[in-house]
Every structure is written in C-alpha cells, then in structure tokens.
Design a protein around this ligand. Structure first.
Ligand code: N01
Length: 540
C-alpha cells in the first residue's frame, strides 16, 4: 500500500447539517435542497422561527421596514405575502416564516426539540460527526451554523436572582402562552432594544412598572402604522426594482448616501436634517444625514445633543429626562433603538425609572429588587438583558476541528475566521451572519441571503471540482481579522462598552465583532474571493 496515499473521503449519512431553523436555517435548507443535497436541520425549540419564535415579549417587532426585512429570493413570495404594518410585530413575522416553510415544503427535513451539542471533524474521512441532546449522531460533509447572531441569552449574574418568589422571564425566552401582567407589579432590568420595546406595552398592562436602567440608550421614534392597500399595491409594483437596488445597498435598505460633513452644515440646516430624519421613523435615518456621524466625535455629538433635546421635550420630569439621556458613549456606537412610546411611558404615574448608575442593584430578594437606594417590591421580573452576541451561539456547541482544537479554544481571545464564513482548521463548517461579517450592522435578512447564497455557490463549486473539503488558510484569516479590526478602529464604535465589543458579557474578550465597511463592499469582496477560485481558501 502506498503510505502517501490519502484515505478516500467517507460517505456521510447526509450531505449537510444546518443548525437552527430561523431566517438563516430555512433559507439555507431551501438552497441546499435545490442543489440536491440531503440536508438535516436541527432546531432546539419546539417550533421553527429562531429569534422570531423565542422573542415573544410584549412589543417585539422588527426595526427595519417589513417590506425590506423579508426574503428577496422569491418574486412570487414578495407578491403573495402582505405585511399589515410598516414594522411587523413578532407574531406576524413568525406567521411569515411558517408560510415560507409550508410554501417551500421545508418542514420534512427539520427536526425540532433537538439541540446540536457537539460537532467533531473526522480529518481522514472529511466528515463532521454531529451529536444532539436527544442522543442522535449524524455524519455530514458540511455543517452550516445558522444559529443566530443575537440568540445566546445573556443571563445576568445578579446576587439573589434565584431567590425571587415571583416569576422571572427573559425577553428572549418568553413563554409561548404569554404572561398575565394585569394588576401586577413588574420590574424590567435592561433598556436595550428589547427593554425599549417592552416597556410601553408592559406599562399599558401592569399596575406598577419599575424600569432598572444601567445605561441610557438613544431611542428614535418608529412612527409605525398599518400599511394601506394602495401603499401595498405600490410596494408590490416596485418590488423587482427595489430588490435589485437592495442587493447593491450598503446595509440592506435603500437610500441616497450623504455627501457632506455634519460640521459643514450650519445649525439651522443640521436641525432641519435631524428633524426630517426623526420624523422618518427609520432607524438609520439620523446616521444617513451626514458622512461623518460615525467617524468624527464632534459631528456625532451634534446628533447626540439633538436626541437628548428630544428626550427632554417628551419626558415631563427634568431629572428623569436627564437620567434617560445618554452621555457616556457616541450616538449609534451601541445599537440605537426604535421606540413606540418608550420615553412617554415615564410620564405615567405608575412607571418609575431607577437609575442604576446612581443606585446600583445590590441584590434580588424574595420580594423584589434591592438597590443601593431601597427595595422595590415586585410580582414579576423581566430580564431584558440581551445576548452573548455574535459568538455565543457558536461556542455553545462543542466544536472540535483539525488536530482536536476546539472552536472555543481557538476563539478564546476573540473570533477568528475568513470573511466571517469559515474559521481555519474547521473545514466545511460555515457560519451565517456570524462575527467579522456585516451581520448586526445590516438588515439581517438581507445579509442572511447573501451568506446563504455564497455558501451554496461554494458547495456547488466544490462538487463540480470533485473536492470534498474547503478550509481557510491561516494567513488569509489573519489578514481578514486585521482588516476588520482596522476598519472598526477608523470609526467611533470602539468608544462604547457595547455588545458589539463583547463588553456586556463578563470575561468575554473585547474585540469589535462585526465588519464595519458596509455590506456592499463586503459582498464585492466575497464575490471576488469566489471568482478568484476561492482565494485564501484551500480546496482539497
Ligand atoms: O439587549 P442589549 P437587547 N444589570 O444588550 C442591561 C436585537 N434586537 O435584547 O447597556 C443591569 O442591547 C444592559 O445595560 P448596559 C438588536 O440587535 C432587535 O435589548 O450593558 N442591567 C442593557 O441596558 C439589539 O441591539 C430588536 O449597561 C443589565 C440591557 O440590559 C440586540 O438584539 C428588538 C445587566 C441589554 O440590552 C440586543 O438587544 C430587540 C445587569 N446585570 C432586540 N446586564 C428589534 O427591534 C445587562 N443589563 C428588531
């Protein structure tokens, strides 16, 4: 026998395993099926939907317009689905995903109630051995982590949390049947996008609402509204043109790029531009006014001051308005929130803001929350404390690559990969909207489609070429990581202790986790890499 001969690749049980059945996993399944791949999708929950299944908290809705926050791959789907509101609420988005699953016959390859716990690469056979918490093991040539970028829940380590006698619910793990809050004393910890959306809706139901805020946010009005029949007809007529423009866009929404610095405009011009953006109800509206909001501190401060003036105009009590006003980080370096009544809720007599910067939480007691100031008595505690974003859902799986190295070990100082898609030493393992890609800085559905299509084309290429393995080269990976870090360093993003930086999870390395160069530039780079025969990757 020739000792240099490579062993033949083993025949896996399936061609691909996809982890997660949310927006990413459903589309990945559809595309791999079109390629003729035998594919299994494992979903930990008892239903499909991912983020839009688990985040059932009161007030949950998208913050990119639904007509753009939806799949673009099927013109028929665009024509047949009808969004009822500008920003659809969680139940409607979940219904949409169910419709997609039915329309494209996806359910038969999805196994629910099954969490992927471990994936081990067999170097000789070029296959992944994937294990689940139900005791199943399946071998697959390819694995796609479609497990979400804001999905691993961040449970806060607050002393005494386990002693609370009332109910505790995380916004990202909200009971399917809802929670009866009528007449109850409710506490909400956290004022990120989840808290901002939940607070006014909970306030409308609860007898008393106490909001525990560690850091104030910049929240902009959504101006959400029902979509009229004429408007829907117009959107549908323009859909092909809109989707084509969206594909080339910087972040998955279509707008004319700014041309001027905020500092070149005079006060009146800036005020008019900011008022128009505020009135537009578009999350990125203020960012799009001038070229330098995210790169120049002085330019950024003009927007930050404008938002603070709006907060003062809405919140009646000056001390509460000041406590709600962000002053410790530049505008948009933490994700701004889209608000429907958040600030106004604090004008209600039964809603109280507790500024944890002044009086930190000391402990949760059986009766409520005790801060340095006093004890707040509660029946229900809502944790709107966010996620171990971008890397959490991947390192939650025990992934063992070449040489027995685990992804967890490799990423101990921060995520490393090429194009956000493949981490060197973990061949044939792809990630959808994970770290070091535009991901959370873009319209998620739009970036999901771009990733899924790139991954599908890559697998098709491998099959055509008779190759069984693709891996990133360490050199190309180093270059990509350095490029992503350089781009981030040229912005104001690192100035905030945000979840973009991993700062919200104790012990998580501080690395800027997303690609800030724009989804248009990113797509061009991904396409160029593929065109150049998968430059930076090794195919074997
Ligand atoms: O989570 P967050 P989120 N004690 O991390 C506080 C997407 N999303 O679920 O800022 C006290 O932003 C924490 O305080 P601080 C979207 O991408 C989208 O709200 O760390 N407080 C913060 O106030 C979004 O950005 C939508 O000082 C504690 C809050 O909890 C992302 O998900 C809706 C604490 C967490 O805010 C995350 O948003 C919802 C502690 N121990 C979410 N630990 C849409 O609209 C944390 N906090 C589409």
């Amino acid at each position: 026998m020739d000792p240099t001969a490579r062993p033949a690749a083993a025949s896996p049980q399936v061609d691909a395993v996809v982890v997660g059945a949310g927006f990413s996993g459903l589309y990945q399944l559809h595309r791999l099926r079109e390629l003729g791949l035998r594919t299994r999708v494992f979903e930990a929950c008892d239903d499909i939907g991912g983020t839009w299944y688990r985040n059932r908290y009161p007030g949950a809705r998208c913050d990119v317009e639904s007509t753009a926050y939806s799949y673009s791959f099927s013109p028929e789907l665009d024509q047949e689905w009808e969004w009822s509101e500008r920003y659809a609420a969680q139940p409607e988005i979940l219904r949409y995903l169910h419709h997609v699953a039915d329309r494209f016959g996806l359910r038969r390859d999805i196994t629910l109630n099954t969490r992927v716990t471990r994936a081990v690469y067999d170097e000789a056979g070029h296959v992944w051995e994937v294990s689940t918490d139900t005791g199943e093991t399946v071998t697959a040539r390819f694995v796609v982590l479609a497990s979400g970028c804001v999905s691993a829940v961040n449970d806060p380590d607050i002393p005494g949390l386990g002693t609370f006698a009332g109910a505790v619910h995380h916004t990202a793990d909200w009971p399917a049947g809802g929670v009866d809050l009528a007449g109850r004393r409710v506490g909400v910890i956290g004022t990120g996008c989840s808290g901002v959306q939940a607070v006014p809706v909970i306030a409308a139901e609860a007898a008393e609402l106490t909001v525990f805020q560690r850091t104030p946010v910049y929240a902009l009005p959504a101006h959400n509204r029902p979509l009229a029949a004429a408007e829907i007809a117009e959107i549908k007529a323009r859909y092909p043109e809109f989707r084509a423009a969206q594909r080339l866009s910087r972040g998955g929404t279509v707008f004319a790029p700014p041309t001027k610095s905020a500092l070149e405009a005079d006060d009146a011009e800036r005020a008019a531009a900011y008022e128009a953006a505020w009135d537009s109800g578009v999350l990125s509206g203020l960012l799009r006014t001038y070229t330098d909001i995210l790169v120049d501190e002085a330019a950024n401060e003009t927007v930050a001051a404008f938002v603070r003036s709006k907060i003062r105009s809405i919140v009646a009590d000056p001390a509460t308005a000041e406590a709600l006003s962000p002053r410790t980080f530049p505008f948009a370096t933490k994700r701004p929130c889209l608000d429907t009544g958040f600030y106004a809720a604090f004008n209600e007599p039964h809603v109280t803001l507790v500024d944890l910067a002044r009086t930190p939480i000391e402990e949760v007691t059986p009766k409520g929350v005790r801060t340095a100031g006093r004890e707040y008595l509660l029946d229900v505690l809502v944790l709107a404390t966010g996620f171990d974003a971008l890397t959490g859902s991947q390192v939650a799986v025990d992934i063992v690559g070449k040489g027995g190295t685990t992804l967890r070990e490799k990423w101990a100082d921060g995520p490393r990969n090429l194009l956000g898609l493949v981490s060197a030493g973990f061949p044939n393992l792809f990630t959808v909207i994970g770290p070091l890609s535009p991901s959370v800085l873009s319209n998620a559905v739009f970036s999901i489609e771009q990733h899924v299509e790139w991954i599908t084309d890559c697998i098709a290429h491998l099959r055509r070429a008779g190759a069984t393995e693709i891996d990133a080269t360490p050199r190309a990976e180093d270059d990509w990581c350095a490029h992503v870090a350089d781009l981030a360093a040229g912005t104001l993003y690192p100035a905030a202790a945000s979840w973009y930086m991993g700062a919200n999870v104790p012990g998580k390395p501080r690395v800027f986790l997303a690609y800030t160069g724009g989804a248009d530039r990113y797509r061009a780079e991904c396409d160029a890499v593929a065109r150049d025969g998968y430059r930076g990757f090794v195919l074997s």
